[in-house]
Design a protein around this ligand. Structure first.
Ligand SMILES: O=C(O)CCC(=O)C(=O)O
Length: 285
């Protein structure tokens, strides 16, 4: 959609819909991200992401169970380096990585990690209120210069433990985190105060699996248990700024260049060929 980024839509005016064939990030997106009390939230669907969803569903599950405060366990499958399999393409996609880069001010980002968050039907546990920076601060990232893309593999709705956020709370700065079950949870008293300032919002990503949300690492978010009969999986890629290279070695990587994949050669710069008549764009079938 040529003018996709001209106007935000949705409840908070910062949801943007992407449609094939054109994807273009204009300055309105980062502007919307910076405005109070809006949060960083974008929704777009891409066929290349959608095409991977069935493959994600077949992934081998060498995952961790991370108990919530009640002992119920959502499962997490986490990897740091992109890898050369099909799943490694997701964080490399231009429309994901370059959009995140633009939203974070244009500085180079690198892939910090990707996760698949799995909540089994009737069993899956919660993620307590937290900021991702609650974890990542402890990893030696000096600044909150990280961003994530949460991609719905299954419909993610309130009933199966979909995502909830405090809209705009990334503007409130870092909150202290301590263990809450096996997870890092934000200071509960502080969260209760913040709830009075920032609206509590449930996402319903029910129409198109493949929709995603991009959000800043200081956005307070959580998700409930899955008591429904419907599985809830989500794919989550996180990036850090190169200029925010962590100061301590830990379980996620230091800066490494993100290989965004293809770069087409401009025949005009190729001295080994003489370009003939101007070629026409080939449309993929
Ligand atoms: O998968 C979810 O419901 C929440 C995930 C989450 O909070 C996170 O990855 O930081």
């Amino acid at each position: 959609m040529a003018d996709m980024a001209k106007t935000g839509s949705g409840l908070f005016g910062n949801e943007f819909k992407y449609e094939e064939p054109e994807f273009r990030v204009t300055n309105e997106l980062p502007d919307a991200a910076g405005r109070e009390p809006k949060m960083m939230l974008w929704s777009y669907t891409g066929n290349d992401i959608l095409g991977m969803v069935p493959r994600l569903q077949k992934v081998a599950t060498t995952c961790e169970q991370v108990p919530d405060a009640t002992g119920r366990e959502p499962k997490v499958l986490l990897w740091c380096f992109e890898g050369n399999d099909i799943l490694g393409l997701v964080p490399r996609l231009e429309k994901v990585s370059s959009t995140c880069e633009k939203l974070m001010g244009g500085d180079e980002l690198y892939h910090y990690h990707t996760k698949i968050m799995m909540k089994d039907a009737k069993k899956g546990g919660s993620f307590e209120w937290h900021q991702d920076y609650g974890y990542w601060y402890k990893n030696g990232n000096l600044r909150p210069d990280l961003i994530s893309m949460f991609l719905a593999v299954d419909p993610c709705i309130k009933e199966n433990g979909g995502l909830q956020v405090l809209v705009g709370s990334h503007n409130g700065g870092r909150v202290d985190h301590t263990f809450d079950g096996g997870q890092q949870g934000a200071d509960k008293e502080r969260v209760e105060h913040l709830k009075k300032i920032y609206p509590h919002y449930y996402f319903n990503i029910d129409s198109i699996p493949g929709d995603c949300i991009l959000f800043h690492c200081n956005l307070l978010h959580s998700s409930g248990p899955n008591d429904s009969a419907q599985r809830r999986w989500a794919f989550n890629c996180s990036y850090n700024k190169r200029s925010n290279n962590p100061v301590k070695k830990h379980h996620h990587p230091f800066y490494h260049k993100l290989d965004k994949g293809k770069e087409f050669v401009d025949p005009a710069t190729d001295e080994t060929v003489k370009a003939g008549s101007k070629g026409e764009a080939i449309e993929a079938k």
